[in-house]
Design a protein. Structure first.
Length: 370
């Protein structure tokens, strides 16, 4: 047990998403370790609510109270843990949290995640390095991001994401080889970088071989209308459900009902959706982009295919659905891999990091960023 107070700075559900779920999960897990945890929420509701419709102006209405909460929290806690991402989220939320922490002499760890890190740092490395000189540690969920930050002169260390093995657990049995059914799921936001359009094209090819197969697309985003139209034009609409974004319990139930998870993304780092599928013993077909090959092993814990290749996606899914032995081996290997990301495995790394910072250990991140 640790006797310390932590400010956890990041988004919370709703909506459920990778970083929001990790923030929520850490809040509960750290409190169970005896830490006093307060969350400074980066996606708190707008006040007044009507500001949400005023683009540009609404950022000010969110930023001002956020900065006030940061300043107040820094006067109460022993440590800042900042959940960080690329783009405007870095500039509006992560960077101010680091600056406030240092102004108030509070140790700060930046927990960066996001598959678009390379593109973001290519544009903004100087600004990020300027802020990271003030951070005490930089942690990332994968070796992929360690390499990305190293290319821009910043030293990071791996503290993996955590998966709840109690919530995400194996469900029913897989279909028999040769069965015309099969439930394929996609659990990503409906944004261009996640390329759900290619998943729908792959599903069209699957239906030619398995006419009773079905697909659930669980997510929300700006591409939904276009994707629904594509489903109609492709002739798959009757076999596809766009469920919208699901909460944690609903998404866990969906994994238990699935035969294959398809991750069609064009940009990625360490997708929580893949980790949740592995924990649920659901075979995974994924593109081989970004940090995904650091997470899974080809033909052992996933079948990896090129981004944008609907034929390869369909072929991989059909292979799993048609080969019961392959599916069962991947299910078992996936669950075993997911167990490496249980809290019992991640806990020692994170708590050791906190102890170092609270004891005033030297900061390799600040030194490397100078």
């Amino acid at each position: 047990m640790m006797d310390a107070s932590i400010a956890l700075i990041g988004p919370l559900p709703p909506p459920s998403g990778g970083m929001a779920n990790q923030t929520q999960q850490l809040r509960v897990l750290l409190a169970a370790e005896g830490l006093s945890v307060e969350v400074v929420q980066t996606n708190a509701p707008y006040r007044p609510a009507w500001v949400v419709n005023m683009r540009g102006v609404r950022a000010v209405f969110r930023l001002a109270p956020y900065l006030a909460r940061l300043w107040s929290s820094a006067g109460r806690v022993d440590l800042f843990h900042v959940m960080a991402n690329s783009g405007w989220a870095w500039h509006l939320f992560a960077a101010p949290a680091v600056w406030v922490a240092k102004l108030r002499r509070v140790p700060v760890v930046v927990n960066y995640r996001g598959g678009a890190a390379a593109e973001f740092l290519e544009r903004s490395a100087a600004a990020v390095r300027f802020t990271m000189r003030l951070a005490d540690r930089l942690v990332v969920p994968s070796g992929f991001l360690v390499d990305v930050f190293a290319r821009y002169g910043m030293q990071a260390e791996v503290v993996p994401n955590v998966v709840d093995l109690g919530r995400f657990a194996p469900g029913g049995s897989r279909p028999d080889a040769g069965d015309a059914a099969g439930h394929i799921i996609v659990t990503r936001n409906l944004e261009a970088i996640y390329d759900v359009a290619t998943a729908l094209r792959a599903f069209r090819l699957i239906l030619d071989r398995r006419p009773m197969a079905r697909m659930t697309v669980a997510g929300s985003g700006p591409e939904r209308a276009a994707l629904e139209q594509l489903a109609v034009e492709s002739g798959v609409a009757a076999r596809v459900v766009f469920s919208g974004r699901l909460d944690n319990e609903q998404i866990a139930r969906l994994y238990r009902e699935a035969d294959v998870l398809l991750n069609p993304s064009r940009v990625d780092n360490f997708p929580i959706s893949i980790l949740e599928a592995l924990a649920s013993a659901v075979p995974v077909v994924s593109t081989d982009v970004g940090g995904i090959p650091h997470l899974v092993r080809q033909r052992e814990t996933a079948l990896l295919v090129p981004a944008g290749d609907a034929v390869a996606m369909a072929s991989a899914i059909l292979e799993i659905l048609g080969d019961r032995g392959l599916g069962e081996r991947m299910s078992a290997s996936g669950r075993a891999l997911a167990e490496q990301y249980a809290w019992s495995a991640v806990r020692p790394k994170l708590l050791s990091l906190y102890r170092d910072l609270l004891s005033g250990a030297a900061s390799p991140t600040a030194a490397a960023a100078k």
